[in-house]
Design a protein around this ligand. Structure first.
Ligand code: PLP
Length: 419
């Protein structure tokens, strides 16, 4: 189901008018459809039913408490990457025994926090991290359950910033090194070898790289399963790509499942998935108001009140977001850039594109903004971050208030106070 559709020439989120929300809560404004999130989750459950995976929503994609709670209520687990995300997960009522913890730079404090909360396992990125988890577990008198992240060196054919399973990436250990790391970790005190972790990248539109990655780790998995009774989990990460550009097709859960399920069944381990983008990306839009339309001899610029601080993906990795007018009757097009108010030439949501010919005061929506949108937002140029609204059918809830000017300076201390 498409969560954002026109009804009577007006864009709706489920059954709620986007224009009305913008009027009530101001712009820029993130709007999410809870129905779409639930649908995406259900589709993945159905496609993967044969292996009955634990689906751990990747909190980094959208870490709003209400979004996390939506997946927790569906019975899902969570994939976290920091102490902050663990805090959010617990606040949202997550069951720690369904939380997996990734990331190359876990600090002692973060590891101890996760050990005390008794999470399912750490996905471990280096030998040093395994040693640190062991030391922390000894100190706390508990056990650190670990799954080494194996870097299978496959090309997921995605943007280089979101490719994580190639040998030049900082993530995980190559197969030879992982083999040794497992052997060493088995002798570390208070460590339990729980399984293996893979995550080859994000926004992957073909199932082939997932299959290739699984084939590469198959032998090591079978070997470890034979050696360690506790080796029960194979966490294959996230990465399922979504539709951003009109001419692209998302990687359908059925196509993903058709490739990975046979390989997973053969391994006979408990499967963990960490989808982020595919759960929430197309559940969200960023709505903004046009401020000015200006020309120079070379180009037209549509200046809106959302900037790269609100949605950084286009500036960060030339990401494409489809831009539509909230009023469907704007059918005319202009060619140019959709830019924000930030003092950077990289501050655009769309560049050199055909855009709706919107006028000052009119609204545009950047589609597919539900993942890595608000979570990457900043207050650069001292711009308060937008509000977030969750729509569920005909109801709309504010799930985070618009930041105020006071909010953005609340941790700062003026010189008069410290001198
Ligand atoms: C370890 C890990 N798991 C899961 C994800 C989620 O990926 P996606 O949003 O592409 O599904 C990421 C994203 O960077 C990740 O690093």
């Amino acid at each position: 189901m498409n969560a954002f559709t026109y009804k009577n020439n007006e864009l709706f989120a489920d059954d709620v008018s986007v224009k009305k929300l913008a009027k009530e809560y101001g712009t820029p404004l993130y709007i999410y459809s809870r129905t779409h999130m639930r649908d995406q989750y259900a589709k993945l459950v159905e496609a993967m039913a044969e292996v009955d995976p634990l689906i751990c929503f990747s909190v980094k994609a959208n870490s709003n408490l209400a979004v996390i709670k939506t997946f927790v209520d569906l019975g899902g687990g969570l994939d976290i990457v920091s102490g902050g995300e663990l805090f959010r997960a617990l606040r949202a009522g997550a069951d720690p025994s369904k939380i997996v913890y990734a990331g190359v730079g876990k600090t002692v404090e973060e590891i101890e926090y996760a050990l005390k909360e008794n999470i399912l396992f750490f996905t471990v990125e280096s030998e040093g991290e395994a040693r640190r988890i062991s030391e922390c577990a000894v100190r706390l008198g508990t056990t650190g359950r670990i799954a080494f992240r194996v870097n299978p060196d496959v090309d997921p054919k995605t943007h280089k910033y979101i490719s994580t399973g190639k040998k030049e990436n900082k993530f995980g250990l190559d197969i030879a090194r992982a083999t040794q790391a497992y052997a060493d970790a088995a002798n570390m005190p208070n460590i339990e070898i729980s399984g293996m972790h893979l995550h080859i990248g994000s926004q992957i539109l073909s199932s082939a790289p997932f299959g290739e990655a699984l084939e590469r780790v198959r032998d090591l998995c079978m070997d470890l399963k034979g050696k360690h009774e506790s080796f029960k989990y194979l966490d294959i990460g996230g990465g399922i790509g979504i539709k951003y550009e009109p001419e692209h097709e998302a990687l359908a859960p059925e196509a993903y499942a058709a490739t990975v399920v046979p390989l997973l069944k053969e391994l006979g381990l408990k499967v963990v998935l960490e989808p982020g983008r595919s759960m929430v990306g197309n559940a969200g839009v960023l709505v903004s108001e046009v401020q000015y339309v200006k020309d120079n001899p070379f180009k037209k610029f549509v200046v809106i009140d959302a900037g790269m601080n609100d949605l950084v993906r286009p500036a960060l990795y030339q990401a494409y977001h489809e831009i539509i007018a909230v009023d469907e009757s704007v059918t005319e097009k202009v060619f140019g850039d959709l830019v924000g108010p930030i003092c950077e030439s990289g501050d655009f949501l769309a560049a050199n594109r055909e855009l709706p010919a919107v006028k000052p005061g009119e609204l545009v929506a950047a589609l597919s903004s539900g993942a890595y949108g608000y979570t990457m937002a900043s207050t650069y140029n001292s711009r308060p971050r937008p509000a977030e609204i969750m729509v569920d059918g005909d109801k709309a809830f504010v799930i985070s208030k618009r930041e105020t000017l006071q909010d953005i300076i609340k941790n700062e201390i003026s010189l008069e106070e410290v001198i």
